[in-house]
Design a protein around this ligand. Structure first.
Ligand SMILES: C[S@@+](CC[C@H](N)C(=O)[O-])C[C@H]1O[C@@H](n2cnc3c(N)ncnc32)[C@H](O)[C@@H]1O
Length: 433
């Protein structure tokens, strides 16, 4: 029997649909990698489709409400994911052509036993969408952010910043690196620009991270410029002992080792710790690694410094993880706030008198940042704020608040380069009793 040939572009669309389906079901978004799709061009296209669908999620919700009179069909396999990808293509990626968006969407659902009965609906909905695509393309950017977050962020950061957040969501994030070796020739070879301290930025990356100069030799690691701030604020003498609670995959551990501290890196997740060990081996760093629960860890000797990069809603990372905008409920945040308090209390217990505690989260939510500082100062006698001075963060004075806390967000500009950085919150404390 003659083998049926698949239409060109179908395989990558099926893979993109599976990836989007898993993110819609609550998984963290990670782009397809070379192990999952060997062909680089197909992989780039599949990832472009998924990221566009995720970034435009809020606007696509409005289209779906208009196009599906009876709502999204229940238990329909990949139908929703294929439809979202195709709407993203039709409206926001016109260079890919409307014909393939329609034809391949119908072919994709025909190959899914749970969705194939909806092939006719897919065709009809996409034809309607096509005739409305010019109007959809002009949709209000305010729809890109969920209303409850836009309101809270406008109150905290101002309307101008929040409208810039929407733009950075669409643009995505460049690749920021922290240098192990500060070497002008390496920065040139990377095609990078300097940001602040040992952070550099590659705006337009043309190859995978592993293929960039210096990767194999461990001369840098991937780390958003905002994420690199907390470890720089530890401010202890070289040789001091520092506990990195919640350390994996090790971006801040690497900075602490580079600063000359005796570092213990702790995390409760064995798989993430394996990644940390791999990263440290590549960099030639050898911190002590401990698998334990940061809420109950009880060290034999207290530390001169503790850095707590607590698990959080991660809303500050929405440029790379747009799904965080749509998957975090008020209940989720309340649960994380409780966990963060247990971790702060134990971080305090792990600290020697006079020692320094850095608390940080990659969250834009005040409940996980500023409010936690107020809680800690009340709940933990013997803990006091050690304010951060503007002079400690050259090139980023706008991030230092009048109380000496650090608050970054995606509309801020690190150094003199282009704007854009993760949302981060950092507070520094001293154990006085
Ligand atoms: C924000 S990530 C840390 C990122 C890391 N500090 C870096 O810079 O690469 C939070 C980490 O907290 C860990 N974690 C969550 N709950 C924990 C707990 N109870 N004890 C220890 N680690 C925990 C997670 O496994 C995750 O690796």
């Amino acid at each position: 029997m003659a083998q049926r040939t698949e239409p060109a572009g179908l395989k990558l669309r099926l893979a993109a649909a599976q990836r989007l389906k898993s993110v819609l079901a609550g998984e963290h978004f990670a782009p397809l990698d070379a192990g999952e799709m060997a062909d680089g061009r197909d992989r780039a296209l599949a990832n472009r489709l998924v990221t566009t669908a995720l970034r435009r999620h809020g606007q696509i919700n409005v289209m779906l409400a208009e196009l599906l009179e009876k709502g999204m069909p229940a238990k329909s396999g990949t139908f929703e994911a294929v439809l979202r990808l195709s709407l993203a293509q039709l409206v926001f990626l016109p260079d890919l052509g409307a014909h393939s968006a329609l034809f391949l969407a119908v072919e994709a659902v025909k190959r899914d036993s749970k969705a194939r009965h909806l092939a006719g609906l897919m065709n009809a909905v996409l034809r309607r969408a096509q005739s409305n695509s010019a109007r959809y393309g002009l949709m209000d950017e305010a729809l890109l952010l969920p209303e409850h977050l836009a309101q809270a962020w406008t109150a905290a950061y101002g309307a101008d910043a929040v409208s810039r957040f929407a733009e950075t969501l669409v643009d995505g994030a460049p690749l920021d690196l922290t240098l192990r070796d500060d070497d002008a020739a390496l920065v040139d070879a990377l095609g990078a620009e300097r940001l602040i301290a040992d952070s550099v930025r590659i705006e337009n990356r043309d190859r995978p991270v592993e293929a960039l100069p210096g990767y194999d030799e461990g001369r840098w690691w991937v780390q958003d410029v905002a994420s690199a701030l907390p470890a720089r604020l530890v401010g202890l003498d070289a040789g001091s002992t520092v506990l990195d609670l919640c350390a994996a995959p090790g971006g801040k551990t690497a900075q602490l080792v580079k600063a000359g501290y005796k570092v213990t890196a702790l995390d409760s997740d064995a798989m993430r710790l394996a990644r940390l060990k791999g990263n440290m081996a590549r960099l030639g760093y050898a911190p002590k690694v401990v698998e334990a629960d940061a809420a109950t860890f009880d060290p034999a000797t207290p530390f001169d410094g503790v850095l707590l990069d607590a698990p959080c809603s991660a809303t500050g990372t929405f440029r790379r993880h747009p799904e965080v905008l749509w998957s975090r409920s008020a209940q989720d945040i309340a649960g994380r706030v409780r966990l963060q308090r247990a971790l702060i209390a134990n971080a305090f217990r792990c600290l020697a008198p006079g020692g320094t505690l850095i608390y940080c989260v990659c969250s834009l939510e005040q409940a996980e940042g500023e409010d936690q500082v107020r809680w800690a100062l009340e709940a933990l006698p013997g803990l006091s704020l050690l304010p951060v001075a503007v002079a400690e963060l050259p090139g980023l004075s706008e991030a230092v608040t009048s109380d000496g806390l650090v608050r970054t967000h995606p509309a801020m500009t690190p150094g003199s380069g282009n704007p854009g950085m993760d949302g981060f919150f950092v507070a520094r404390f001293r154990r006085t009793g």
